[in-house]
Design a binder for this molecule. Structure first.
Ligand SMILES: *Cc1c(COP(=O)(O)O)cnc(C)c1O
Length: 427
């Protein structure tokens, strides 16, 4: 296959050669005029296409795809995924409330991860009837047992084990080594399951593992699940039969390439999991976040000013690190494209926001076609960990969000107002 035969990795492209950028059939220029900038634009069609890739790849066995809400927690996106059969991986009581608001019928498909669940969060999740608590310490398991007894509701739990597998990714988003705060040492898990086997308020339901995020190779996922499968067999011999192996999330995308074969990536990932599951006959649960939503989203921003300082040219946009922090936080790369390409020689520029921090940049020394004040640019692959990690730093109002389905675009979150920002404060 040549490069150009591969499917486009993103829904953002010109509808005619050399023309302006669209999301599917919808013009980004018209969306920017209508809703202002900075503006997050997401393709519902691509999100569903990605969900479908996982669903088909895992078709051969019982499975559940629990979207990791923290990647993008927009209610409309949760509803879209819930309606199409997804469950949810949540990491806070707040995310549970989002699922209850957007897709209440999916609450039985929710798994609750995270190292610091409070008693109040556990109570709410027990009462809502979630599928499984992914428990990260013995102390947490004790607290869960106490809350379950108090509420007279059996808590289905999985131990999140730490498989001591190295995943090659940014150190801030690697989680599967013993030195990390996540999970329980896999060598201790057998004893813990045995110790609580007779607790009538705890049901040993599954086992979970999550080794990190933005992992590009299928190999470490296979290695982690293989270790977990061995433990499941040991547990079985001890009379403890688990129903779920939760392989976590973390499958990465290609932030650089214009052509990326997502279907092949998912197939490779599913095959690695399948091989490692051995004879396990229960449910395979996965928790993809980024892979489902990252490439479906772009942050559309307007150039405010172009400034020269000595030899450097700075393109200052109306979007900033508070809207999309990934470049500042993880040195992450985002492709940046002019929405309507202008003729002229490409030039190396820094694309920066107006926030008072030198870390407020989207790209450095990036070769881009000429840009002038008023032009629009799209920061691609911004659908995951973009809006979800946004803030009001510098008293900036967070962007509006639009969801595109077919040839229709719908506002799913209005731009914040100054009144929204001041509301919680008192003099
Ligand atoms: C963040 C997270 C995920 C999702 O990770 P992605 O890299 O977005 O797929 C899944 N499970 C857990 C426990 C997480 O913390």
């Amino acid at each position: 296959m040549t490069k150009s035969d591969l499917p486009l990795s993103r829904p953002f492209a010109a509808v005619e050669p050399g023309g302006a950028l669209h999301c599917g059939k919808v013009s980004l220029e018209s969306l920017a005029r209508r809703h202002g900038t900075p503006l997050y634009v997401y393709s519902a069609d691509q999100i569903l296409e990605r969900l479908g890739l996982f669903q088909r790849a895992l078709n051969g066995r019982e499975h559940l795809i629990c979207y990791a809400v923290k990647a993008n927690s927009a209610l409309a996106i949760l509803k879209l995924l819930g309606t199409h059969g997804a469950g949810f991986d949540i990491v806070s009581g707040g995310e549970l409330e989002r699922v209850l608001a957007a897709a209440p019928e999916a609450v039985g498909r929710v798994v609750f991860s995270g190292v610091g669940k409070t008693a109040a969060e556990m109570d709410r999740a027990l009462e809502a009837g979630i599928l499984q608590f992914n428990v990260e310490s013995e102390g947490e398991l004790e607290l869960l047992a106490a809350r379950a007894r108090k509420l007279k509701r059996v808590a289905r739990f999985a131990l999140r084990v730490n498989p001591d597998v190295f995943a090659d990714t940014h150190p801030y988003i690697s989680t599967g080594l013993r030195e990390h705060k996540f999970g329980i040492d896999i060598r201790r898990a057998l004893d813990i399951y045995k110790r609580v086997a007779n607790n009538r308020w705890l049901e040993a339901y599954g086992i979970s593992v999550h080794i990190g995020s933005q992992i590009r190779s299928a190999e470490p996922f296979g290695a982690a699940v293989e270790r977990v499968s061995k433990l499941v067999q040991q547990l079985r011999r001890a009379g403890i039969e688990l129903r779920v192996i939760d392989a976590g999330g973390g499958l990465g995308i290609d932030y650089h390439a214009t052509h990326f074969d997502a279907a092949a990536k998912v197939a490779e990932y599913a095959a690695a999991l399948e091989t490692s599951l051995g004879g396990f006959g229960g449910t395979l649960l996965i928790e993809p976040g980024r892979f489902l939503v990252a490439q479906a989203g772009a942050l559309v921003s307007r150039v405010v000013n172009v400034k020269r300082n000595g030899r450097k040219t700075f393109v200052i946009t109306d979007a900033a690190m508070n809207d999309l922090i990934r470049p500042a936080l993880y040195q992450a790369h985002h492709e940046i494209v002019p929405v309507r390409p202008q003729a002229g020689r490409a030039q190396a520029v820094d694309i920066v926001g107006p926030v008072c921090e030198s870390g407020d940049f989207f790209a450095r020394d990036r070769k881009l076609a000429p840009l002038a004040p008023g032009d629009l640019v799209a920061l691609l692959d911004a659908g995951a960990y973009g809006m979800a990690q946004s803030s009001n730093y510098n008293t900036r109002m967070r962007p509006a969000e639009v969801l595109v389905e077919g040839n229709k675009a719908r506002l799913i979150r209005r731009r914040e107002t100054m009144a929204d920002l001041l509301a919680p404060e008192m003099l």
